[in-house]
Write a protein that binds this ligand. Sequence first.
Ligand SMILES: Cc1cc2nc3c(=O)[nH]c(=O)nc-3n(C[C@H](O)[C@H](O)[C@H](O)COP(=O)(O)O)c2cc1C
Length: 156
Amino acid sequence: MPIATPLTELLGIRHPILSAPMDTIAGSRLTRAVSEAGGFGILGGGYGDRVRLQTEAVELKGFASFGIGFITWSLAKQPELLDIALDARPQAIMLSFGDPSPFAPRIAASGARLICQVQSEDMAKQALDAGAEILIAQGTEAGGHGASRTTVDIVP
Ligand SMILES: Cc1cc2nc3c(=O)[nH]c(=O)nc-3n(C[C@H](O)[C@H](O)[C@H](O)COP(=O)(O)O)c2cc1C
């Protein structure tokens, strides 16, 4: 049975489940499969492999419901990768690990929503100031990410 939440309404999805943009593991097949099952699949932009991003993003171009995620500090080294991502017309861009504000205006101009994965209150405030509509609170359970705080510490 579908569960309606502000997240499902915002993204227009049936189930409040997002797949993480896991580096090279979350490719277009996984992204599409999650979205087709009623969640929201997010393609991994990872550490900025341009050829892989182009290849995988083209597979999703025009698909009705998906996102593309980047590691923010890595994207800052190759900001043009955001253009490749936006050209596929994702409904959302997810940014993790860094200041999203340099990228937020281009994301907003494209019509995509901004999702930020944050590891502290300060990062949450920074993301909201940049216009993020969805925050993901990441604790240390996330494979060692999470800035030494557990999810139950950071969510409140
Ligand atoms: C294999 C693997 C690769 C990951 N790569 C990324 C990544 O490239 N970018 C990112 O923002 N998060 C990455 N993550 C972290 C996830 O976004 C997420 O924080 C983590 O999987 C915890 O969520 P979960 O409990 O739903 O799995 C990765 C996680 C895994 C397991």
